[in-house]
Design a protein around this ligand. Structure first.
Ligand code: FES
Length: 181
């Protein structure tokens, strides 16, 4: 009887103990999952680091010789140039365009032609109703000669970083417009 009673007594404790174990297991699995997730979080940035410098090199690295400084006027002019990129073993050439002008204080402003509305290409003085402005034919965005957005587009035109050396204009990466805001 005594023995039986003990068995019963032990059995009566088993279910709660099992519950305890499974709760611990649950915690273990949860923590394990969190650790795996964190490990993935570490790995993904490392992959990005490995890939990004190659992708950005052409964009952010070297300046490209574009035009003689003497050709730049107060009115924006369109200049096309090539950016050679080397992504690992892969060489490519990007065809780029800049609208370049000289401001009253002598600052060279080189604007990207990509409309900040939805990415069409703007033109200069290409709409009779809007003289001396950049105009986007897609939905009518308009910009000042320095790229300030006047209509439709939410932001000013981006600009290239500019370097002048030996009578030449060199253009670098594309950055948000710092001349207007
Ligand atoms: S893309 Fe230029 S106005 Fe819409």
């Amino acid at each position: 009887m005594n023995h039986n009673h003990n068995d019963e007594h032990e059995e009566s404790h088993k279910p709660p103990r099992r519950t305890e174990m499974s709760r611990r297991q649950f915690l273990t699995y949860t923590l394990g999952g969190a650790t795996a997730y964190m490990a993935a979080g570490v790995v993904i940035p490392m992959v990005r680091f490995a890939v990004d410098p190659i992708l950005q090199k052409g964009e952010t690295g070297d300046f490209v010789k574009v035009v003689e400084s003497s050709k730049i006027t107060a009115e924006p002019q369109e200049f096309d140039f090539e950016l050679k990129q080397q992504d690992g073993w892969y060489n490519s050439t990007a065809q780029l365009t800049a609208w370049i002008r000289k401001a009253d204080d002598g600052t060279i402003i080189a604007l990207s032609p990509i409309c900040k509305h939805l990415g069409c290409l703007v033109g200069w003085n290409n709409n009779e109703s809007h003289v001396n402005e950049f105009y986007c034919p897609c939905h009518g965005a308009r910009y000042t000669p320095d790229g300030k957005n006047l209509a439709v587009a939410p932001k000013p035109l981006d600009m290239y970083t500019v370097k002048e050396d030996g009578g030449w204009i060199y253009l670098g990466e594309i950055i948000p417009n710092t001349v207007v805001n």
